[in-house]
Every structure is written in C-alpha cells, then in structure tokens.
Design a protein around this ligand. Structure first.
Ligand code: SF4
Length: 453
C-alpha cells in the first residue's frame, strides 16, 4: 500500500486524535475503490495506521456497494460478520448513501455512517467518533467530486491504477439506481486529473484506467470532453504507457473519440461499452438508446485499427420474450464481440424496472445467460486463436502461486478480461510492472499463454 499527495495541516479546532489501527473492506466497483483509497489516505494523513488485516484493527471502514440486491446483501453480510467479531464499524459507500440512519439502527457497532458527499470529511468524522459521538454524515443528492488535494492510499498492486474522472450519472436506465445514490453527472477538472495521473506515474504506475459511471459524458459540464482529456493525458504525462477508459455510453462514442483512440500511441486499442440488450423493445423498456449493434461494432473496427471491443448484456429483463432473446443471440453471433460479460437481471428496490410487468423466472434468466456464454465461447476462442504466433506487448501484473508471470495485453482490462500466462526462465525473466513483448504460443477461450520474445 502506498500513498500519493501531501496531507492538509491540522486546524486549531481539531481535538487531539488518538491514532487507531484502521482496517478496511472494499466492496463494489472501481469507482468505489477510488473512494476507499481516498478515505484511507485521509485517515492515514490524520495520524491513523492503516492495517491490511481486519483482525488487527480497532475500527473497520467498510466501503459498501448497493448496485443490486445481491451486492446489498453482501455488504450487510460483511458488516454483520465484523459486528459479530466485536469490531467498531464506519460504514461508507452506496449502502450508506441509500439507507443512511437505518444502518445506525441496524448496526449498534457502527460509530458512523458516511454518505457519498461526506467522503472528504472522513478524518473529522473519525475524530468525532473518538469523542463518543455516533455520526450520521449523509446528504441527499450528492455533489462531491474528488478534490484537487485528493490523497489516496493505494490498495491495488501492480503498475496500473484506476483514475476517477467524474461522479454521478444523468441517465435513467430503468434497472439502475446509481443516479439515486451517486447524484447527477459532474466532471473533475482536467488539470486535477492530469496532476493525479502524474502522481500515479511517480508511484510507478504505467497504466491508468479512467472510470466514472459514464466516462463518455466527461467534460459536458465544463469546457472539455473525453477526447480532449485523453489527448492531454497522452501528450502531457511522461512515463505513462497505457491509457484505458471503461464504461462508454453507446451513443456518445463519437468519431472524434474513435479517431483519438486510433491516433494516440498511449491509448490502448480497446473500447468498453456496455449495451445491455439489442432488441429495440427491450432497449426502450430499459430506457437505453436503440441502435444497430452489429453496425456499431463495425464502425468502431473501421475507425480504430487493431481494436478489441468489450460489451455487456443483461438476460431476463422484465418483458423479455423468446423472440427478444433470439434477437440478442443472433446479434452476438454477428457482432463477434472480443470480450463479453453477461449478467442476470435481478429486481432492486426503487429501480423503475422493479415495477414492470412480464417478470422472467430465475430458471429462464439463468438458462439464457448460459446459452449466450455458450455462443460466445467459440467466438472468444477464435479471437484468441488468431493471436497465436504473434508478438504482443504484455503488462506483467504479478507472479502467480505457481511462480509463473501473469499479465495482460492492451486488449484486457484488469479484473474483467483475459490474462496472459508468460513463460519465463532464469536467463529470461520479467518483473511486475514491466511491459514486455510476448510471443503467444497457446490460446484458450478466455486466457492465452506465451513466452518472452
Ligand atoms: S448509464 Fe445507466 S446503468 Fe450506467 S450508471 Fe447511468 S443509469 Fe446506471
């Protein structure tokens, strides 16, 4: 775990801090991970010791997720488990933002519940709990954006790091409650992001992964845009080797954006754009843009040389008929996505889709996910098979339990895509954080193997 940026000077009215051992549990998405690292950085700067093992902790910061009910349940299970161990708790994240004071009632062990807007005040909140207060620090309609003096205590290993470029979302996809927890869309200032990227490079990061609920809306609330930001990161941040962005919104993938990806040497030739479904009736019920996905995939492949496309679909959305599902199957067969995630629909309270008719049974939802994965597997295998015999740059992430090096090509985001198993020898080794040329020798549907070229 390492830290970036300088801590604020303590103010005169700050009561003395009793340094505590602070453990942490991070749940949910990369955007929430940046908040976890931010809160740990602020607590360390205020004199607390961050410990990796909750067993050693005096208090545990749990940064929760509340995206779907399964995630809500996981957050509650983690909190209950820690409470049973007698741990003092500080509950942050989307579950805190959604349920607020109810969590103080549900968990007597909780010293504080911290909403999205109150992340920057985590140190002050911790001080108040040290003086016996149970703190409910939550506000409706958060407006918080990572500040210029953001401190991060990094908990991810390797030479890559997430870089949050915006908060919130202005869309109203009917299955999603994120806007109700994270608020409306707001961008970080471009200069703040550039400075943060430089800090990350100083820390040994070679790949930054830009995240936000919708990265393609970046800059719409200020005189900037995602293509402009990408161009600046490419031109101004020395030492950065790979620039990736996740979560593009389909109808915001402009020609300018594609030309920027194609034209900038540090931007990986990779586009992540969750589409959720392909049938127009389903997309309308999801409140998502209706478009021809096969044509979309071809347009991206025509504009960006050597690009690989990642998308995601939901099976079993309320009202999905066999005809809608057959349409989705055909589209996947035609578009031949390079990377594909398939998620099962599930109701989440307060989401509009929960009120819709035509609910699909769990058995059918799961069966449809399996059918789509069965269609995608030979497609994924063929894509990887085409890499055999070629030499590709690979970012080495770590050594696995068998002493082998694992890494990723530019076409693979951490935690969601393929990995590359790299054969090394005593005379020919590679270290985590290095980008090395690898000759691909074997391909599987979801991973490939190779040797140092
Ligand atoms: S784009 Fe849709 S799915 Fe994504 S965060 Fe916004 S509302 Fe949710």
């Amino acid at each position: 775990m390492t830290t970036t940026a300088t801590p604020p000077a303590p103010t005169s009215n700050d009561a003395a801090v009793t340094p505590q051992k602070v453990g942490f549990v991070h749940l949910g998405c990369p955007k929430n991970l940046v908040d976890t690292e931010n809160m740990l950085g602020l607590l360390e700067a205020d004199g607390h010791q961050i410990v990796a093992d909750e067993a050693d902790a005096d208090v545990v910061l749990v940064n929760t997720c509340s995206f779907i009910e399964k995630a809500q349940q996981e957050s509650v299970d983690v909190l209950s488990n820690l409470a049973e161990q007698g741990k003092k708790l500080v509950i942050a994240g989307c579950l805190a933002q959604k349920f607020q004071g109810e969590l103080l009632d549900l968990f007597p062990e909780a010293d504080a519940v911290v909403g999205i807007n109150d992340v920057p005040d985590i140190a002050k909140i911790m001080r108040r709990t040290q003086h016996g207060e149970r703190v409910l620090a939550t506000q409706q309609d958060p407006t918080y954006v990572l500040r210029d003096d953001t401190i991060r205590k990094h908990v991810t290993l390797g030479a890559w790091a997430y870089l949050k470029i915006a908060e919130g979302c202005d869309y109203k996809c009917s299955f999603c409650i994120i806007p109700s927890m994270r608020g409306t869309f707001r961008s970080r200032s471009p200069q703040n992001i550039i400075d943060n990227a430089k800090q990350l490079v100083e820390r040994g990061v070679k790949e930054v992964i830009l995240v936000g609920q919708d990265t393609t809306s970046y800059g719409k609330d200020m005189d900037s845009s995602l293509p402009k930001l990408l161009q600046r990161l490419n031109d101004e941040v020395d030492g950065l080797e790979w620039i990736r962005f996740m979560y593009a919104y389909p109808n915001l993938v402009s020609d300018e954006l594609l030309e920027t990806i194609d034209g900038c040497d540090k931007i990986v030739k990779y586009l992540d754009c969750p589409l959720q479904h392909t049938h127009p009736e389903m997309l309308k019920r999801m409140r998502r843009p209706v478009m021809d996905h096969v044509a979309f995939a071809q347009r991206v492949r025509d504009k960006v040389r050597n690009v690989k496309l990642r998308t995601a679909f939901i099976t079993g959305f309320p009202g999905e008929t066999e005809e809608h599902f057959q349409h989705l199957k055909r589209s996947i067969e035609e578009a031949k996505w390079d990377r594909l995630g398939i998620f099962e629909y599930s109701d989440v309270d307060t989401a509009h889709s929960q009120t819709l008719d035509g609910k699909v049974t769990k058995a059918v939802i799961t069966q449809r996910r399996k059918e789509l994965m069965a269609i995608q597997q030979p497609i994924a295998y063929a894509h990887n098979q085409a890499m055999v015999g070629t030499v590709v740059p690979v970012m080495i992430d770590e050594m696995n339990a068998y002493g082998q090096m694992t890494g990723r090509s530019q076409w693979d985001a951490p935690e969601v895509d393929n990995s590359v198993l790299v054969k090394t020898s005593e005379t020919n080794a590679a270290l985590p954080g290095e980008i090395v040329n690898v000759r691909i020798t074997h391909a599987g549907p979801y991973d490939v193997k190779g040797e140092l070229a």
